[in-house]
Ligand binder design. Structure first.
Ligand code: AMP
Length: 205
């Protein structure tokens, strides 16, 4: 038994065990968005990767968390107190962490995750995705950031970054800060191959 536990512990040090997913608190108007959240959630649970997310039970957030839980996976929801009612905190989370502000929510999600995945979403998702990329640009961390392009959802976001490069506000090296994948299956394949590297702990956030 102890030997099994030691083996599992060694295995866990060599793989991604927790991923923060940013996604919409609405479902969007293309069924492909829900399908992507569903597939990603099931795949995370099957790969024994814990889901760290915004804690809501609505929109893609709810689809994602339900999918993980349905396959017996682990979910940690991180939600600021003032949103517990508005975003209808998900009752089934394995763990619900209530923070005192949006800032502490983002920081906690950052700390708990080995890597980040961005699914389709609204302004909150865009904000979280660009912020985690910016923190990496500043050298505050070195954790992988995976963008899940779903039915072309990421195109405008990526175009905005390209526009910043063309306008001379960012260097072309910013393209190395994130990886873009076509759909959740490709994201899951990448997550299974990733080895958590030494990550700056973002103590200066
Ligand atoms: P949305 O993509 O707008 O549906 O939001 C997705 C998640 O991001 C929700 O859990 C929101 O609470 C969160 N969110 C919304 N606005 C912000 C913001 N300014 N900063 C960080 N998170 C946000």
């Amino acid at each position: 038994m102890a030997a099994m536990r030691r083996l599992r512990h060694m295995d866990d040090m060599n793989r991604v065990t927790a991923v923060a997913v940013y996604c919409g608190s609405r479902s969007g108007n293309d069924p492909a968005y829900r399908a992507a959240a569903q597939t990603l959630g099931e795949g995370l649970a099957q790969a024994r990767i814990r889901l760290i997310y915004g804690g809501g039970g609505i929109g893609l957030m709810g689809v994602l968390a339900d999918a993980v839980l349905a396959v017996g996976g682990e979910v940690a929801g991180v939600i600021p107190e003032f949103l517990t009612r508005r975003e209808v905190a998900h009752g089934g989370n394995t763990e619900l962490i209530v923070t005192d502000s949006m800032h502490s929510r983002k920081q906690r999600m950052f700390e708990l995750a080995d890597a980040f995945v961005s699914l389709p979403g609204g302004l909150g998702t865009l904000d979280e995705t660009i912020e985690i990329i910016t923190w990496r640009q500043l050298g505050l961390h070195n954790k992988p950031i995976l963008i899940c392009n779903t039915a072309g959802s990421a195109a405008p976001f990526l175009a905005a970054i390209e526009a910043a490069i063309v306008a001379g506000f960012a260097g072309p090296e910013v393209r190395q800060l994130y990886e873009v994948f076509e759909g959740p299956a490709a994201v899951l394949r990448r997550l299974r191959r990733l080895r958590p590297g030494p990550h700056a702990e973002a103590q200066r956030l």
